[in-house]
Ligand binder design. Structure first.
Ligand code: GLU
Length: 471
């Protein structure tokens, strides 16, 4: 049997971290078994679904690199098919028209609540053969079995048995003929040939109803794996209180997709005590049987650690592609300065996230519009005029603009003027990047290039002239 799994988000907001993990597990499962992975957009809730959310989900899937083999399918484009299946179930007597009025249902519910019974439909129209009057509106209900059990051999939670007496006759079409949520999921899983449903365990309650409908349609239900929730760092259910939980918030915060995927896979899945997994390794090792039935909590310091690992070990060209986006966010066009790959090589050991790298790399592409006040007061004073002038002269003469060579020049100026290296390098740094922080002075010079470095030194000298006088 060839395996087919799916990810079926409802586009009512951004793809959040829990959804992304579900998508990852479904993706890995399909890949592991050489099967296919389907993306289905469950957009039948017209009031809550938005095109913006659809785009956000697609963007997040692309950013994570979770490629799907089929889809995206949109449920809103399948209404004819749902109607057709409803027709078949009606014809076969597996569903029936229910003419009960809102008032009757409300009264029933109240009565049940009073008697402290779980509210459920009482089957009033189950055996009705004709409508009360020709134009009475009706819903369509699924004729749920009255006895017996539904057994779910869940791959995460184990065997779950629900008695049919717990379930009532689910509405599968509303009075306007539109299909309801549980029904569309069933028709899609059937039509798309889904063999494995991996989804959040908030859907476990829906599963017995879905299995009953599938069986009525003479389809063998898929295998289910209901994945536990992700909790916040405090062990509480994830909510807005926990800050950004959308996948793209992680991109914005400077994490690489490799780090996010690795982080996500470890929330609920493990392989011995291994922590680092490339996507290929995850594919080779993943199994739903190894999913943890207990909820897992977010752990941001672990994500930081993973991100640093991937920033340091992935190819500079790859990291540069992601850094490029962050530079763009800061209004920087990376083609107008040093090669981003070189920036990556120099900066990646110094920071935890690409956002930090970007913040601290803007200066390579943009001349300081002003100097950090404190740094300027300390370093761009009259006493800096001489070392900067000397540096300017000696750097102009450099023919081989490589950091080893540049290091020697800076050192020679310090020695000649009998100054500590810092008294030469720090004014130079402030001149070059506008503030007190940059990579080593020789690599900063190398990155900027000769022409740009000289322009910036001139600007700093002019600034000293104008601001620090010659005291
Ligand atoms: N659309 C549902 C959700 O976003 C998932 C349904 C399913 O996986 O069966 O929660």
């Amino acid at each position: 049997m060839s395996i087919k799994s799916r990810f079926a988000p409802s586009p009512t907001g951004d793809l959040h971290i829990g959804g992304a993990r579900t998508a990852l597990f479904s993706y890995l499962f399909a890949r592991r078994h050489g099967g296919s992975f389907v993306l289905r957009i469950e957009d039948t809730d017209l009031e809550r679904s938005t095109a913006e959310s659809v785009n956000a989900i697609l963007e997040a899937m692309t950013w994570l690199g979770l490629e799907y083999d089929e889809g995206p399918f949109y449920q809103t484009q399948r209404f004819d098919r749902y109607r057709e299946v409803i027709g078949t179930l009606l014809e076969q007597g597996k569903a029936y028209r229910c003419y009960c009025s809102r008032e009757r249902l409300d009264a029933l519910r109240e009565e049940q609540l009073e008697k402290k019974i779980k509210p459920r439909y009482d089957g009033h129209c189950r055996d009705r053969t004709a409508p009360p009057s020709p134009d009475t509106p009706y819903v369509v209900r699924f004729r749920n079995p009255l006895d017996g059990d539904v057994v779910i051999d869940d791959k995460v939670h184990g065997r779950v048995v629900i008695s049919n007496t717990e379930l009532d006759d689910l509405v599968i079409a509303r009075t306007d003929g539109s299909p309801t949520y549980n029904f569309t999921v069933v028709v899609d899983d059937m039509d798309m040939g889904i063999t494995h449903v991996i989804r959040g365990d908030d859907h476990l309650n829906n599963t017995p109803r879905q299995i009953n409908i599938l069986e009525a349609l003479d389809v063998t239900p898929p295998v289910y794996a209901h994945v536990p929730m992700i909790l916040g760092e405090d062990g509480k259910r994830l909510s807005k209180r926990h800050g950004a939980v959308g996948v793209m918030n992680y991109r914005d915060a400077g994490y690489l997709p490799e780090a996010v995927l690795n982080y996500l896979v470890r929330l609920g899945w493990s392989h011995g005590d291994q922590e680092i997994f490339s996507l290929a390794e995850m594919v080779a090792l993943f199994d739903i049987e190894d999913l943890n039935a207990k909820a897992s909590s977010l752990n941001v310091s672990k994500l930081d650690w993973l991100n640093q690992h991937y920033m340091k070990t992935l190819s500079p060209a790859h990291v540069a592609r992601h850094l490029s986006w962050h530079m763009g966010q800061r209004g920087v066009d990376p083609s107008e300065g040093p090669r981003l790959e070189d920036v990556v090589e120099i900066q990646r050991d110094r920071y935890k996230t690409l956002a930090e790298v970007a913040d601290n790399s803007v200066a390579f592409y943009r001349r300081p519009a002003e100097y950090d006040e404190k740094a300027a007061r300390k370093n761009l004073k009259a006493a800096a005029k001489e070392p900067l002038t000397e540096l300017r002269r000696d750097l102009t003469a450099v023919e081989d603009w490589r950091r080893e060579q540049l290091h020697l020049v800076v050192q020679a100026v310090a020695e000649r003027l009998e100054l500590k290296l810092g008294k030469v390098a720090q004014p130079l740094r402030v001149a070059l990047v506008g503030g007190p922080v940059s990579p080593t002075i020789d690599s900063t010079l190398e990155l900027l290039g000769q022409e740009e470095a000289l322009v910036r030194i001139d600007a700093a000298l002019a600034w000293i002239e104008a601001n620090a006088g010659d005291a």
